[in-house]
Ligand binder design. Structure first.
Ligand SMILES: Nc1ncnc2c1ncn2[C@@H]1O[C@H](COP(=O)(O)OP(=O)(O)OP(=O)(O)O)[C@@H](O)[C@H]1O
Ligand SMILES: [Mg+2]
Length: 372
């Protein structure tokens, strides 16, 4: 869909900002450009819609050289979201969202009606439409930026660090929101970030750039975490990559064991006997409430005294979540729940490790077989 062929950009008389970049960006997928500051991510992104012109090389959009398109028209045909939401401060939120459709000649009432719909799409209350950008939080402004980029329903969205100005919690929400939107919209998205976690969460494919505009690796997030091609990528991906790679390993095979449960209402009941070292207190629907250690069983007479549990695991979720459930639980047993949040059993960290080891051996064998 978008192809860079030997693209170099040199700003006046210096080292190239982007050096002989060749990369094919898939249609309908999220491609993330990630790398340290100054490695040419923004320059590469802006060459797609001709906000920056290459010094040499070609960029093709659906097989046609973008140089053959009028720059202004090309720019309007792609959504663009930047780090500082880039909203016009003296225009209402609705008018900001309607900017490009208005430039494209859509009548005002129609453009505003569509803008109101988009507020809802990006999870904002309709009352916010009348406000000015300065009257919104950072996260809300970023959502408006995304709505504005979607307004003309462009097939391509270019996003330059759109979520970097907000706190980690809001950032996580915006990422999940983008993934949810993308499931319906299936746009071709090029997303720039310097955060490898954001890249692996969002990207169908990730392009890691090194300083000097060199493309160091272009692969799925799973592959980049599992097999960085060189020391630069390994260093950039960071120390936790082994653990983070578990996010891409399927937990279907994790054994789920039965666990003794007790309804929280019955905690003070002396006729209830508890045999196992840890018993799980559940509510009347069978949802987890907390752990009751056998040693303190007699003293635990109210709901408040149960020990809070760790993260929950859903059957079939990733190995990372299975391991986290086990490691974060005071009993060392990861509480596993069904789709309705009811306890179905527990997982053990040791057994998750065995699966990790088994997967590693299987992979080694598969690699060996393809090698011969
Ligand atoms: N208009 C410009 N004139 C001259 N040099 C520029 C210009 N824009 C960018 N550069 C240089 O090109 C290189 C790449 O810049 P670019 O903005 O593409 O990096 P980036 O990867 O987006 O960095 P960041 O993560 O900090 O946003 C940098 O060395 C930068 O100083
Ligand atoms: Mg940049």
């Amino acid at each position: 869909m978008i192809q860079f062929r030997g693209v170099t950009k040199t700003y006046a008389g210096t080292q190239p900002a982007v050096d002989n970049l060749s990369i094919a960006i898939d249609r309908g997928a999220i491609t993330v450009f990630v790398g340290p500051s100054g490695c040419g991510k923004t320059t590469s992104l802006r060459m797609i819609n001709r906000m920056v012109e290459p010094t040499s090389g070609t960029i093709l959009l659906d097989g046609a050289d973008v140089q053959g398109r009028k720059a202004a028209e090309l720019r309007r045909s792609m959504g663009y979201v930047m780090q500082s939401s880039g909203l016009l401060p003296h225009r209402s939120v609705l008018d900001n969202i309607a900017t490009v459709p208005r430039l494209n000649g859509v009548p005002r009432p129609e453009a505003r009606a569509r803008a109101a719909e988009l507020l809802d799409v990006v999870g904002l209350a309709s009352v916010l439409g009348k406000r000015y950008p300065g009257e919104l939080s950072g996260g809300q402004q970023q959502r408006v930026g995304v709505a504005r980029a979607l307004a003309a329903d462009p097939p391509v969205l270019l996003m330059d660090e759109p979520f970097s100005a907000v706190d980690p919690v809001v950032r996580g929400e915006l990422q999940q929101e983008l993934l949810r939107l993308q499931r319906d919209l299936a746009k071709t998205i090029v997303f720039v970030t310097h955060d490898i976690d954001e890249a692996t969460v969002l990207g169908d494919k990730v392009a890691v750039f090194a300083v000097g505009g060199r493309l160091a690796q272009y692969a799925t997030p799973e592959e980049i975490l599992r097999a960085p091609v060189d020391n630069f990528v390994a260093g950039f991906v960071g120390r936790d990559r082994g653990f983070r790679h578990l996010s891409f390993q399927d937990g279907t095979g994790v054994p789920i064991h039965p666990i003794e449960t007790i309804e929280v209402e019955r905690l003070g009941d002396p006729t209830v006997s508890v045999r196992s070292p840890w018993t799980l207190a559940v509510d009347s629907e069978g949802r987890p409430h907390g752990w009751v250690p056998q040693a303190r069983r007699a003293d635990v007479t109210s709901q408040a005294e149960a020990v809070p549990g760790g993260s929950l695991y859903s059957r079939g979720d990733t190995l990372r979540r299975a391991l986290d459930a086990a490691l974060s639980s005071p009993s060392g047993l990861g509480v596993t729940v069904d789709d309705d949040g009811r306890v179905v059993g527990v997982v053990r960290a040791g057994e998750v490790f065995e699966l990790i080891e088994q997967a590693r051996l299987d992979r080694g064998r598969a690699d060996h077989n393809t090698a011969v």
